[in-house]
Design a protein around this ligand. Structure first.
Ligand SMILES: [Zn+2]
Length: 389
């Protein structure tokens, strides 16, 4: 058994345990959670942070591009010249960077099949979604694509599928992915051009698909926006994570709340493309679980959940530090379909991070952390102390 006694332990919506004692077994499972007696370390212990949406293999683009469609083209071009070894190495470095900032679980979009090897080398928890694209695929081609792309789950990291977006994955591909593997991640309603393409079948996405040879002859658009399209396909629900949701239409948020569909927002990407932050406080009030993601270094300057929290505090200044931290922990776990991640509870993994406590009230430490004024001092992954950052 290993024990950690700290001045304060944050238990999310259950409040504070001050002073608190945590104990975990050799397998890294928390088995003791109680008030501490005697000497304690000068720490505020938090659940490990959950980066709910990342593309670990993506590197910064050679040219900074802030218009979305040219950016998509630049990402496609950058990916084309890479080897599996480069993808694996980049993902390993990204996982180490995230862990140094207190992240212990990730929702990874794996576009090449190399990410499970990276999770084996740096064993963060979370879910590794295999990316699926193909707007031209019919039902049997979709099933074949899924069979070729599926990868087994790792020791700590569960498996999922990510039909990329309603403008890049055909309806049969999205439906087949849902039938095959219940846990999905889908980019949804990210830009107005996506909604235009889905409603009317035209615009820059139609042109891009045409050039790629992926717009089927006689294509007819679904005629509704992205959320209603996904609802009609029957894929909304607690196990489908929707990413971005910048361009929700009237009634969409109520639909997401009613179907308990989680949403991930990526403040670094919002800043990168100079977008208006979506109405997250209203979504939270409606009961939607909204998580935070770093997205990728192609649309974010770094992979750091503390900095993502700082950006989130800037995007939604009315949200309390505790709420922002829930988005970066427990709601992240929920969005990955792994609700025990991002929480400190008996029976769960000892995935933890800690701040220096000082003599302040613990709420002050949280507030300073969220605003970038207090840094992560220690990280434990499945009970193992990670290298200091
Ligand atoms: Zn993404």
């Amino acid at each position: 058994m290993h024990f950690l006694r700290a001045r304060h332990v944050w238990l999310g919506e259950r409040g504070w345990l001050s002073p608190g004692e945590l104990g975990w077994d050799a397998a890294g499972r928390l088995v003791v959670l109680r008030r501490a007696r005697g000497r304690v370390d000068d720490l505020v212990v938090l659940p490990g942070l959950v980066d709910a949406h990342a593309h670990l293999q993506l590197e910064p683009l050679a040219v900074v591009e802030r218009r979305f469609l040219p950016w998509v083209r630049a990402v496609l071009a950058a990916r084309a010249g890479r080897s599996p070894r480069q993808d694996r190495r980049t993902a390993v470095a990204a996982l180490r960077q995230l862990r140094a900032g207190g992240t212990t679980a990730v929702g990874e979009i794996d576009s090449t099949g190399q990410s499970p090897a990276a999770f084996a080398a740096v064993p963060l928890a979370g879910r590794c979604y295999q990316e699926l694209t193909g707007y031209h695929l019919d039902a049997s081609a979709a099933r074949a694509r899924i069979a070729e792309r599926e990868r087994p789950a790792g020791a700590n990291c569960a498996a999922g599928l990510s039909p990329h977006a309603p403008y890049s994955a055909s309806a049969p591909l999205i439906v087949a992915a849902h039938r095959r593997r219940r846990h999905l991640a889908i980019h949804c309603a990210e830009v107005p051009e996506e909604q235009e393409f889905l409603r009317r079948g035209r615009g820059p996405f139609a042109e891009l698909l045409q050039q790629l040879g992926r717009l089927p002859a006689g294509h007819r658009p679904p005629g509704v926006g992205a959320v209603r399209h996904l609802r009609a396909l029957g894929v909304l629900g607690p196990r489908t994570q929707l990413v971005h949701c910048q361009e929700l239409e009237r009634g969409d948020a109520a639909l997401l709340a009613a179907t308990r569909t989680p949403v991930v927002v990526c403040p670094g990407t919002i800043e990168w493309f100079r977008r208006t932050p979506p109405p997250v406080p209203g979504w939270l009030r409606a009961g939607i679980r909204v998580a935070l993601g770093t997205d990728s270094r192609a649309s974010n300057v770094d992979l750091s959940m503390p900095r993502e929290l700082l950006r989130a505090a800037r995007c939604w200044p009315g949200l309390a530090p505790e709420t922002l931290l829930q988005m970066a922990t427990a709601f992240g776990g929920v969005s990955l379909g792994r609700p025990r991640l991002g929480r400190i509870a008996r029976g769960g993994r000892a995935d933890l991070c800690a701040l220096p406590a000082g003599t302040d009230a613990p709420a002050r430490a949280l507030e300073e952390f969220v605003h970038g004024a207090r840094r992560i001092a220690a990280v434990w992954l499945g009970g193992a102390r990670a290298a200091p950052c």
